[in-house]
Design a protein around this ligand. Structure first.
Ligand SMILES: [Zn+2]
Length: 107
């Protein structure tokens, strides 16, 4: 299945989410880790195209490499870091703060 080109707004959203840093690392008190975006799978059927706005920031370890990575062991990830839909809510709150910090910010 060919992927459609992303719009500028989609790319901006993905970049802003990644810029927040890994949400699992921050919640665990590890500080900020460079993140890639994880597309939420909850509520999507197999093969269904996922929404570029339903994304959370995860470092490679929490995304696809570590033993508790969401793509390695979803159950372990949820047990240790919470459900991805709760993390999505947190991401949306943080994104709003992140974006508002630019309004009237450094010039
Ligand atoms: Zn992490």
């Amino acid at each position: 299945m060919a992927r459609k080109n992303k719009t500028a707004d989609q790319r901006r959203h993905l970049g802003d989410v990644a810029a927040l840093g890994c949400i699992a690392c921050r919640n665990a008190g590890y500080g900020e880790s460079p993140a890639e975006v994880h597309h939420i799978t909850s509520g999507y059927g197999t093969g269904q195209e996922r929404n570029d706005y339903d994304v959370i920031p995860l470092c490679p370890n929490h995304h696809r490499q570590g033993e508790d990575a969401v793509h390695v062991s979803p159950a372990r990830f949820t047990a240790q870091h919470g459900h991805e839909l709760d993390l999505l809510e947190q991401t949306r709150r943080e994104l709003a703060v992140y974006r508002s910090s630019f309004v009237g910010g450094l010039l």
